[in-house]
Design a protein around this ligand. Sequence first.
Ligand code: ATP
Length: 295
Amino acid sequence: MEEGFRVKLIVRAPAKLNLSLDAPFTHSDGTIEWRMVMTSIGLSDFVQIETNSSNTIKVTSDSGFLPGDSRNLAYKAAEIFLEKTGIDTGLVISIEKHIPVAAGLGGGSSDAAAVFRALNDIFETSLSLDQLAKMGLAVDSDVPYCIYGDTALVSGRGEVITPLQKLPKMWFVLAKPNVSVSTPRVLRKLLKTPISHPRTDELLRGIAEQDYPKIVTNLGNALEAISMAEHPQILTLKQRLVKYGCDGSQMSGSGPTVFGICRTESRAKRVYNSLSGFCNEVYLTQVASERIHQS
Ligand code: ATP
């Protein structure tokens, strides 16, 4: 990009769902190893990035709750990108928030990943997804996955991303109970709790074979029992999703959002309508339609 030239770019930042999340292993130095299967969904934030000559980074959002400084993951991403590439520019980042905050849907990490991808495009730095993912790990463990997006197996500290086949056609109904879950607190409790491991390998086979029933019956989240014990609403919503017609349901991340899966839009709409009378925050969405990463 020529110096003094102003660019404005708007990028989509999709939410993620954990189809599988195994109990993470915590090393003695506090680093955590994950094994999880994630997928990007249609529910998305929109991140607008504008360059200027101010040499400052400014982050705003329409949510009202989010910090505009380095506590915002989008700000952190911009700071790291500019520092690592040595690019001297000012940025205004405006986030249109649609993904509920602190919900287990990776909204902050996805905003950060969108900033990395957009800056790589704007400044034509040609960094590979892997290079961006390595930078992203310094922001949050979910950022490397969000840089790749789509459906992937995530392992290591969050930086080992194995892209998987796109999921067969399915619809998701999401319900967020009105409670807050602290991820570090859930992880601390996990250390003292008997672990129920999800059947991640079976799920991976289901995805490879495009076998919808195999996918739906092998959802699993080792953190679910801990969050549910603290917030019984999570279990109630999970059960209602199935009662109203979903083929399977599960909590995403450390919660509190739960999602149900349906094969058809008509059935998902019925579940959505039934659940809307019971929960204030319900969303109907699909697997993200555009692939973030073209292989
Ligand atoms: P995690 O599982 O990592 O806690 P989450 O997916 O449940 O994340 P997020 O919406 O990413 O939830 O928010 C987690 C925390 O990150 C919140 O405390 C929020 O204030 C902070 N945060 C920082 N930047 C953002 C952002 N751009 N969007 C959303 N949250 C952000």
